[in-house]
Design a binder for this molecule. Structure first.
Ligand code: SF4
Ligand code: SF4
Length: 501
């Protein structure tokens, strides 16, 4: 008997992940199905599909007949438009003013400084005109209030909220409001506004007191951690059901990342965490490649140092602990998005929405595909007064069109990497940064292993709010139907893992 898909290659079409107790998870790359198999079956699959024994081969072919091995992801991407999978999101860069001097602030460099102003109130009518023209069929739009410190331009926020209420009623558009704030100052007027409009509040806080105060001191050297926590508590008391997200940047390893998450988690204020490495452009010559990941080609730069990668690997292993107490913690956003895609067969229609449905309005009225490119006029795609004038084609590449990504085992979850990391690492927004690839592969490996190991409780977590949140810079996600026949299949060698498990 010949096995279906004999040409499949491990690491490209399917991936084997070792679990404790000689168990192995089999991840089908081309449709995100996940199975548990024995170490013996895994050894044969490692050598190739045609090495399966007769019984395994019969079951493998039955899986193929029931659609569980179908190459759904490629077809889903081919059929989708580049704009499918995410709501329109507009990042409003309200001011360049900020009272902090963060060690890794990307807004200190390039063109950010020359902007040096607040966004004018006369931008507001253009903003809603842009929304009217570019809203997606979901009729939900996320407005991201950003800076600098956006609460320093509170009047602008208030007026957008007021105009937004009228616009929503007239147009039937749901506005989701999110703010990225350092939370060092929270005047009563700001507190009431955030609570009244049910903002998603993303607080820049880098873990525990030591790390935060070291990474994000005031311009006058002041330590702000305790004040930030106190302000978060005030906000929580004013609006118990408001979503608070701890936005952590990992800059160095003086305090272990897991300890930082733990210290912040103990305060029991935040619903979600969002954790990203600071960008550090160092030479790659001595970078070791992680298991199954890419080595850095000569001439590229790693943006994430090896010791920071190591900290992320430890965190994903410790992750289940944070669900094990009666805290309000609902997850780390990047991890939960991966779990959602793996468990529900969803496909990433891009690493982020930048240049598709996500745009940044800069204080001088220029429109960019992403907040990190503000001031770099090579990437400007329009102006608030005239709307979009450039079609950012290169921001819309599928992983199947990318020479670097087309053979990668997480290509339908990651889909190309952050364009900003790519540019800093390789000089080309479409050529991946190998150090970010290693980070993403480690995250996916960790979460798939967690799903396989923990089963039930973790699989059934509610992930419904993810679409409204700014997960992985608004990664566009394409849903698909799970084959009904597959759910009824009785198997011995390939045990499906997932919601039907
Ligand atoms: S950018 Fe993502 S999809 Fe592309 S090779 Fe790197 S990890 Fe894989
Ligand atoms: S993932 Fe990178 S390119 Fe995309 S919006 Fe975020 S910072 Fe910009």
């Amino acid at each position: 008997m010949s096995a279906r898909f004999e040409h499949w290659v491990e690491g490209e079409h399917y991936k084997l992940l070792s679990l404790p107790g000689r168990r192995v998870a089999l991840f089908i790359v081309v449709n995100h199905s996940l199975f548990q198999i024995s170490a013996e079956t895994a050894a044969r699959l490692r050598a190739g599909v045609r090495h399966l024994n007769l019984e395994e081969c019969e079951e493998w072919n039955a899986l193929a007949d029931s659609g569980l091995l179908a190459d759904v992801n490629t077809h889903t991407l081919v059929e989708a438009s580049p704009n499918d999978g995410a709501n329109l999101a507009i990042n409003l860069y309200l001011t360049t003013r900020c009272n902090l001097a963060c060690a890794y602030c990307f807004a200190r460099g390039r063109g950010h400084r020359v902007l040096d102003r607040d966004m004018d109130l006369d931008t507001i009518p253009f903003l809603f005109d842009f929304v009217r023209k570019n809203v997606t069929p979901s009729k939900a739009v996320r407005l991201e209030f950003f800076g600098g410190e956006p609460l320093l331009n509170l009047d602008f926020i208030r007026r957008v909220c007021d105009a937004g209420e009228v616009f929503s009623q007239e147009r039937g558009v749901r506005l989701i409001k999110r703010i990225s704030t350092n939370m060092t100052h929270l005047p009563e007027a700001a507190l009431r506004l955030l609570a009244r409009h049910k903002f998603i509040v993303s607080v820049s806080v880098d873990g525990g007191r030591t790390s935060h105060n070291q990474n994000r001191p005031g311009k006058n050297g002041r330590a702000w951690f305790d004040k930030i926590i106190a302000n978060c508590r005030r906000l929580r008391e004013a609006s118990p059901d408001l979503l608070l997200v701890a936005r952590m940047t990992v800059n160095g390893t003086l305090v272990p990342l897991t300890a930082n998450v733990c210290e912040l988690w103990q305060h029991d204020i935040f619903d979600y965490f969002q954790i990203w490495p600071a960008i550090s452009v160092a030479s790659t010559e001595s970078s070791p490649a992680a298991e199954g990941a890419l080595a850095s080609p000569r001439g590229t730069k790693d943006t994430i140092p090896p010791d920071v990668q190591e900290e992320f690997s430890r965190l994903v292993k410790a992750y289940p602990f944070f669900f094990s107490r009666s805290k309000r913690f609902r997850g780390i956003l990047e991890y939960e998005r991966i779990a959602d895609m793996a468990l529900n067969g969803k496909v990433a229609n891009g690493y982020c929405s930048a240049g598709r449905n996500y745009f940044t309005f800069s204080p001088n009225g220029a429109i960019y595909p992403c907040h990190r490119f503000v001031g770099d006029t090579r990437f400007q795609v329009g102006d608030v007064r005239t709307g979009l004038t450039e079609e950012p084609i290169t921001w819309r590449q599928s992983p199947d069109q990318s020479p670097a990504c087309r053979g990668c085992w997480i290509r339908y979850i990651c889909n190309g990497g952050c364009k900003h990391h790519n540019l800093l690492s390789t000089g080309d927004i479409t050529v991946p940064d190998p150090s970010l690839c290693r980070l993403e592969m480690g995250r996916v490996m960790g979460i798939l292993s967690l799903i396989a190991e923990k089963g039930g409780d973790y699989q059934r977590h509610s992930r419904a709010p993810l679409d409204d949140l700014f997960v992985s810079c608004g990664r566009p996600i394409l849903p698909r139907e799970v084959a009904a026949r597959a759910l009824q299949l009785k198997t011995k060698w390939f045990t499906p893992l997932g919601p039907a498990d």
